[in-house]
Write a protein that binds this ligand. Sequence first.
Ligand code: ADP
Ligand code: MG
Length: 584
Amino acid sequence: MALIGIDLGTTNSLVCTCRNGEIILIPNQLGKYQTPSVVSLTDRGLIVGDAARNNLILSPEKTAASFKTFMGTSKAYTLGDQSFLPEELSALVIKQLVSDAEKFLEEPVTEAIISVPAYFNDSQRCATKLAAQMAGVNVERLINEPSAAALYHQLTYEKKDGCIMVIDFGGGTLDVSVVECFENIVEIIGIAGDNHLGGNDVDNEIAAFFCSQNGISVESLNPEEKAALYRQAEKAKISLSSADTAKMALAACGREYALVLTNEKIGEICGNLFARIKKVINQAVKNCSRRPLIKDVVLVGGSAQLKALQDYLKGLFGREANVSPDPGGAVALGIGVYAGIKLRDGDMQDIVMTDVCPFSLGVGARHNKTDDTVYMETIIPRSSMLPCAREKMFYTLYDGQKALNFKIYQGEQYYAENNLELGELTVSVTPDRAGNQWAKVTFMYDINGILYVSVKSCTGEVKEKEIVNEKLRLSEEELEKSREKLTHMIESQLSSDANELIERLVALYPFASPAQKEYMGFIISNLGSAYFSGSPIMCRKACEQAEEAAERLESTISCEVDFENILSNDDDDYDSEYADDEEE
Ligand code: ADP
Ligand code: MG
């Protein structure tokens, strides 16, 4: 049975495995390595991935994205008449990845290593584990995303000893970590992050700039126009990683608007965002368990390709940052390396990876009986190396006190109540003079970043707890119910993709010119026949063709483009590609 690695991203998710010393990224049915972490409810059931992503525009009320940001909270997402928790939506993404992996590997998959942001707290980690359980896979290990990226970087490209800073800038999150690599040991010594800062914010800045330059307000746009604006902003941003200028065009409120963007302009309008990135970088350095001497800055995550950010970091560090050769895949590939270590595969068995605790952990305590204030009494300090066990003694404050109560917290704040409360334990003691009775509190933080607490009183009573948000503790029955609910996921992403593309083209149809309409009719009917042929190869080809056409149409509709010209070329291409396929 295979062990797979899953990069469960806010924007995109990837799956990989390790075989005979080789790390393999596993493609989905569309042949792509990245599956958008988007879930949509359609008439035929739940869908995940590219097709669902298209529905963000076509039917936003039935589609959910970026739910990872709310993992471990009770935020409910309503898709049509159904309600889902973030871990249920994540479970659907995991199910899709596992199913793609099973098809690719031609064997069942029951074990996975899943990555999480380093600063994910206990609830968020437990929710991720729960999502996997709902999807029917056992979590071999939770691994921190930057640790995975560092592992991959260290093993594949650098192999030099020293300290590196890994900056993971994704769609909605930023994760900065300082990693020390010495011989075959990869040690995370400091981390910091912002889970509300990513490439989406860059899109928002570009969209706002587009509007201000064209004298329109975002609020005046209808939902379709707004969606088109953000799509255009992201497209322009992406094309600027390989071109000097990018043109944005938008038809809205009965008029046409345009803007030419450059990387310098993005640098200017993202000044505030970049300043926030700098703050996180500073924090990561401050959080280090020892003074780092950084020799290299490694950029990963889809947004690492942002030229304006690379320039900004060059200014900040006085040297070029090292952009990972596969920024989007670096975390997944790193998990693959870790899978290799686990499987004792090839050379990888000799590598050791250590991680640190992202937050301080402790209990609330009063200093004396005249002061009611409850202070944070840290037991495991932030940046302690994992796994880690520490203990502390606490004494009674009053004569005749019958019990000692401990509230467990996570965080760096001085006053206990300003930290995140994780749970509570109480042990009884024998009534006695103040200070005579005591209890020993032991914290154990495991390599998955999950905390276990035990309290032993001097009377011998022991109370223990695995800190799991009660909301996330499901009985086997409840788990089964959840799984049942999630079985209405459509198995074939391919056929649903064909349908979604048809819907996307149909939605564009009323705005098209006569020549465009003719072309769309051709693409739609081809999609239909490919779909009903049942041939995966034909279906994939037709989907690729239609996706490209839809994208082009979305950007050209209402803009002046010599469409007839594109049309004639494309027809020829299509005929020949299609003919090839039929021969296969
Ligand atoms: P996450 O880890 O949050 O799932 P990813 O690492 O996949 O996200 O990054 C997704 C983000 O990367 C999106 O905001 C996307 O617009 C951005 N992105 C992808 N390609 C490029 C590019 N060539 N230039 C700039 N940004 C890009
Ligand atoms: Mg990521």
